[in-house]
Design a binder for this molecule. Sequence first.
Ligand code: SF4
Length: 247
Amino acid sequence: MIDSKKYMAAISILLGILIIGGAAINLFISNLTHLFAVIIDIIIIFIALAIIFSIIVTNKVIKDKKVSSWAMKINFNIVSVLFPVITLVANLIGISKNEIRKVYVKLNNQYIYSNKYNIKPEDILILIPHCVQKNSCKLKVTNDINNCAKCGLCNVGELVQLQHKTNVKVFVATGGTLARKIIIDNRPKAVIAVACERDLTAGVQDVKKIPVLGVFNKRPNGPCVDTSIDIKEVEEAINFFVGNKNN
Ligand code: SF4
């Protein structure tokens, strides 16, 4: 569940800091050359307008209201640039980074969903974290997911079935480095990444040239142990990328 109020609080405070900072700089630079003052004012006004635009678009996206693809793209670029500063402000006012990351991944997903794709299933790569595998299971599914015995104790078995049913590629990534290697080796045209807020944000920021849809894993036992996946959400993402009209 995304609590957009926390994200909005952080970005609004950032806007406030910018406006107050701009006013203070104006007082300070009144002694300096006129041209310098004008350039500083233009930069501050430009950033402030970008933030106001982003607040309006983000608010609509979070509330699932209709937003054009170009507006989503511009907004996602603004949020990507401002992301380190927004998380810094959020941190200062006691808001967890994950709240900001959830909004970031949602903005990414909604932007991807606002486009149309017609990708072959074999060009779609699904990356899942190792913690989805039952902690007590000794089978080595990191090398090949088909080593799973499909006992039903975790979602890996369902993913093997999904792989055979749809022909997509499914890999278990034990970390960001391996995930990058899997993407380079397989050269997919789209990625569906399942992970926590931190890893999904890093993954989306890392992979620039192909669309990445992020699916949050569920962590009823705490982080990194026996996590689970909503297989239906993954299936919907596959259908979307292959251009299935039901999505
Ligand atoms: S479903 Fe597969 S990976 Fe999961 S516990 Fe059973 S055998 Fe192991």
